[in-house]
Design a protein around this ligand. Structure first.
Ligand SMILES: [Zn+2]
Length: 181
C-alpha cells in the first residue's frame, strides 16, 4: 500500500516534468529559426506579476524604469506590491557579478521566489542607462529567460550596454517573454 502510493506520487511528479519538457521543446522547435532567446523552463503562473522593490535612490529609479520597460514592451504586467515573492534589491559585493538573480522553481515549472540583486560595487560607475540594463537583464531572468547571444538585453555581459549601447528590451527579449506568458 505504502509502495503503491509512493509509486503513484512518483508517476505524477514525472508527469509534471514531462508536460514541462514538451512545452519547452515545442516552443523551441517552432521558433528556433528566427529567435535566439533561451528559456529557463520556469515562469510565474500568470502575466500580472507583482514585485517588491527594496532598492534606494538611483537604483530604485533604474529598477523601476527597467520593470516598466518589460511591461510596455511585452505581454507581462509588472507592478509593485509589498512582501512579494519577486523582490528587487541593491547590494554591495566586491567579489560578485554586476547583477544576480536567485530563482526557485517548483515541480510545476512555477517560480516560488525570485530575488534580483544589482551589485552597487560595480554599478556605481555605470551610466544611468547601464544601471537600467543591469536590472532589466536580471528581471528578464526573473521572468523566465536565460542568457542569449547578440545585442539583446539577455546577453551575458554588461558590455552589451557599455560597448554596444543596449539598455532596453530588444525584439528577441520580447519574443522570449511573450512565448512564456
Ligand atoms: Zn544574467
Amino acid at each position: 500500500m505504502g509502495n503503491r502510493v509512493g509509486e503513484r506520487l512518483r508517476r505524477s511528479l514525472l508527469g509534471g516534468i514531462a508536460i514541462l519538457a514538451l512545452t519547452v521543446a515545442g516552443t523551441l522547435a517552432g521558433t528556433a529559426a528566427a529567435n535566439a532567446y533561451v528559456l529557463s523552463g520556469c515562469k510565474w503562473p500568470g502575466a500580472n506579476i507583482k514585485y517588491s522593490n527594496y532598492t534606494a535612490s538611483l537604483y530604485y529609479t533604474a529598477s523601476s524604469q527597467a520593470a516598466a520597460n518589460w511591461t510596455t514592451a511585452t505581454d507581462v504586467n509588472l507592478s509593485t506590491g509589498s512582501g512579494e515573492p519577486f523582490s528587487i534589491w541593491d547590494n554591495y559585493n566586491s567579489s560578485g557579478a554586476v547583477g544576480t538573480t536567485v530563482r526557485s522553481c517548483n515541480i510545476f515549472g512555477h517560480y516560488t521566489s525570485t530575488a534580483v540583486y544589482g551589485n552597487t560595487f560595480h554599478m556605481a560607475a555605470l551610466s544611468a542607462n547601464c544601471k537600467r540594463l543591469v536590472y532589466g537583464h536580471e528581471i528578464g531572468h526573473a521572468l523566465g529567460l536565460n542568457h542569449a547571444s547578440g545585442n539583446v538585453m539577455m546577453y551575458s555581459s554588461v558590455s552589451v550596454c557599455t560597448v554596444n549601447g543596449v539598455y532596453t528590451v530588444q525584439p528577441d527579449d520580447r519574443n522570449g517573454v511573450n512565448s512564456i506568458y
